[in-house]
Structure formats: structure tokens, C-alpha cells
Design a protein around this ligand. Structure first.
Ligand code: PLP
Length: 390
């Protein structure tokens, strides 16, 4: 019986932050490492957003704000949902937190009792099961086909204790995207189980390739809207990961409970960050498209090179900026798990994240939120490292 609570022991640190940390340590020791571990755009925040934040600071927007977002930001978010997703929300149905991460955390903390189950299709963003466990809930990992949840697997996973289904598209780590028909088929299952809510994590909405149109559950299945929380943010779309602004929209009674939690923990997200987010959501949107086109260019150039390395295979992601690469062909006596593969590749000068913490092995995640030069060099190093295994 130590000083730390059981809760602290239940939670694992983020695997992606851990990998980044090891890469930094090796670099500090003088090693040449290409980092493909990063989960954020490598672009700067657009200039007009920085200017808006500067103006806000000068104008005295440096104080506490309403706990879960300024009226201006809530209005900009409501307009975003109307414009881009055809969804209508009142300000009382919108919650702003310090990143989408806090919004998801608040929602789970505000709704889960011990033993409540949360369905998490694998591979998943590493934080979902940890947050569920933190909130005393039980994460239930659900298998997928081509990294997507099927109606049959959803039906089979639902129990009377199921409280949430977490859907994330484009997904981290696999870039999987659901089309409208696929969401409708999942919604048909959920209609039979009124106790199950949907948490739709749309964080990578704007990093979507090949002319696909984005579809989100609340829009496709309005009959589920009263039990859907749609989460999004400015981190990935506008290269604003450090500003820590994310938001959720859903039924007012849930939003209110989330605000109470936030009021007794962090209180409002940064006032300056909120002003910047207003500029991001209400300003010119062209930069979002041009950056997405750059991610697509990298995907198209690097995907075939990765897939051509013996022992590796990967599908082209439909969105986000990650390849989820199968390394089944490298697993053996020398490298028994994908964590061993990731450690070996780090020794060979490439930092990436093993699949194990994402709930589907043997894989590793390659981020293409880095320059084409780095990506090319990493492919060369991985190919050389694989060759050395023979
Ligand atoms: N959801 C997914 C799938 C993510 O990958 C991330 C960040 O990596 C987040 C949510 C949270 O983003 P933020 O807290 O920066 O808004």
C-alpha cells in the first residue's frame, strides 16, 4: 500500500509520447534519428490566427472566461457544424475544453460508473481505454475488418452495461474512414440498443483524401442525435496542437455535466487560445485544403515505398497522417513482437510507434507529418534494417 492511489497505477503513460521521448534522448546523445512518431502537423499555425491571438491579448482577453467556452467561440463552433456538417447546435449544446482530449475525458468522467462498458474498435487511439479505466469504466475492445467496425461485430459486443461506442474517423492510427452507408448500418444496430451513446471523434475530419466527403454519425443518423457527442478541435486541421482548444457538441444535459466537471478541475481553456480558435473556424479555410493536399502528396509518394519493403505491408490510409504498417513478416525469434521491431528500428535510426498500445498487432505506426526528405530517408533506413535481418 503505497502513497499513490490505485487509479494512478491503473493508467499507462501515452505510448506515442514515450516513443517521442526516447527519440529525443537518443538525439541528445548525438544519434541521428529520423522521427516518424509525431502526432501533429509539421506546419506552423497560420499567420492570421496568430495575429488574431495577438490582437486578443492586446485587447485584454487575458482573463478567466466562461468555464466551457466564450460565447464568441461557441457561436463559431455552431456555425462550423452548420456549414460543414449540416448540424444545428445551440450554445448550451457546445462545450469547449483544453483540447479534444479534455472534452472526451470530461464526457467519460461525467457518465461512467464502475462496470459501465465502453466499446472501442481496434486499432484505437491509445488514450481511449486509459481514460475509460481512469473513469472506473471497462474498456471493451472490438475487432474490425480493414480497420473498421462492422455492424455484426458491434451487435456482438453490446451488453446491457454498454454505455458508449467510440467511433473515430479518419482514425488514428489507421486512417480508416466510414462512408455514409457504413455509418447508417452501424446506426441501425444502435437503434435497437437505446442505452448506448455514440462518441464520434472527428478530430481528423479535414485530413481526408481522394475527394471523399466527410460523414459523421449525428448527421447521417439524426435519430441518434440525442445520444451522440460529436468531438472535434483545431489541433490537427489548423496546426494548433499547442494552443489546446477542442470542442464537443451534443445534448445539453451532458454538456452541462461536463462543464461542472471542468469548472472544478481546469476551469476555462486558455482565453487567448479561444480567440485564436475563433479566427481559425471563422477565417479563410483554403489553407486547410492546401495542407491536406500536401499530406496526400506524401502519402502517395511514401506508401508504395513502405509496402515494397519485404516483410511489411500497408494499405493507403483514407485520411489522417499515419500509415498503420503490418510487420507480420518480420516477427520471429529475433523480433518476437512489434515492440521489438520498433526498438530495433530505433537502433537503426528511425523512431516510430509500435502497434501494441493501439490494440492491434503486429503493426507499427508511421506518421507522415514530416518532410518528404525525412520520409525518404526513413524508408531507406527501414529497408536497410530489414535487409540486415536476413
Ligand atoms: N482524438 C484523436 C484520435 C487524436 O489523435 C487526438 C490527438 O492526438 C485527439 C483526439 C486530441 O487532440 P487535442 O487534444 O489536441 O484536441
Amino acid at each position: 500500500m503505497g502513497f499513490l492511489a490505485a487509479r494512478a497505477a491503473r493508467i499507462k503513460p501515452s505510448a506515442s509520447s514515450g516513443a517521442a521521448q526516447r527519440a529525443r534522448e537518443l538525439r541528445a546523445a548525438g544519434r541521428d534519428i529520423v522521427n516518424l512518431g509525431q502526432g501533429e502537423p509539421d506546419f506552423p499555425t497560420p499567420e492570421h490566427i496568430i495575429e488574431a491571438a495577438t490582437r486578443a491579448m492586446r485587447a485584454g482577453e487575458t482573463r478567466y472566461t466562461d468555464t466551457d467556452g466564450t460565447p464568441q467561440l461557441k457561436e463559431a463552433i455552431a456555425q462550423k457544424f452548420q456549414r460543414e456538417n449540416g448540424l444545428s447546435f445551440k450554445k448550451t449544446e457546445v462545450s469547449v475544453g483544453s483540447g479534444g482530449k479534455q472534452v472526451i475525458f470530461n464526457a467519460l468522467m461525467a457518465t461512467l460508473d464502475a462496470g459501465d462498458e465502453v466499446l472501442i474498435p481496434a486499432p484505437y487511439w491509445v488514450s481511449y481505454p486509459e481514460m475509460v479505466a481512469f473513469a472506473d469504466g471497462t474498456p471493451v475492445v472490438v475487432p474490425t475488418k480493414n480497420f473498421k467496425l462492422t455492424p455484426q461485430d458491434l451487435e456482438a459486443a453490446i451488453s446491457p452495461r454498454t454505455k458508449w461506442l467510440i467511433l473515430n474517423a479518419p482514425s488514428n492510427p489507421a486512417g480508416a474512414v466510414y462512408g455514409e452507408a457504413e455509418l447508417r448500418a452501424l446506426a441501425a444496430v444502435l437503434e435497437r440498443h437505446p442505452q448506448v451513446w455514440v462518441l464520434s471523434d472527428d478530430m481528423y475530419e479535414h485530413i481526408l483524401f481522394d475527394g471523399r466527403r466527410y460523414a459523421t454519425m449525428a448527421q447521417v443518423a439524426p435519430q441518434l442525435a440525442e445520444r451522440t457527442l460529436t468531438v472535434n478541435g483545431v489541433s490537427k486541421a489548423y496546426a494548433m496542437t499547442g494552443w489546446r482548444i477542442g470542442y464537443g457538441a451534443g445534448p445539453a444535459h451532458l454538456i452541462k455535466a461536463m462543464a461542472v466537471l471542468q469548472s472544478q478541475s481546469t476551469a476555462n481553456p486558455s482565453s487567448v487560445g479561444q480567440a485564436a480558435a475563433v479566427a481559425a473556424l471563422s477565417g479563410p479555410q483554403e489553407i486547410v485544403r492546401s495542407r491536406c493536399a500536401e499530406f496526400a502528396r506524401r502519402r502517395d509518394a511514401i506508401g508504395p515505398k513502405l509496402a515494397a519493403i519485404p516483410g511489411l505491408s500497408c494499405a493507403m490510409p483514407a485520411g489522417a497522417f499515419y500509415f498503420y504498417v503490418s510487420c507480420a513478416g518480420l516477427i520471429g525469434k529475433r523480433l518476437p513482437t512489434d515492440e521489438d521491431v520498433a526498438r530495433y528500428l530505433l537502433e537503426e535510426g528511425v523512431a516510430l510507434v509500435a502497434g501494441t498500445p493501439y490494440g492491434l498487432s503486429p503493426y507499427f505506426r508511421v506518421s507522415f507529418a514530416t518532410s518528404m526528405e525525412n520520409l525518404d530517408e526513413a524508408c531507406r533506413r527501414i529497408a536497410r534494417a530489414v535487409e540486415k535481418l536476413n
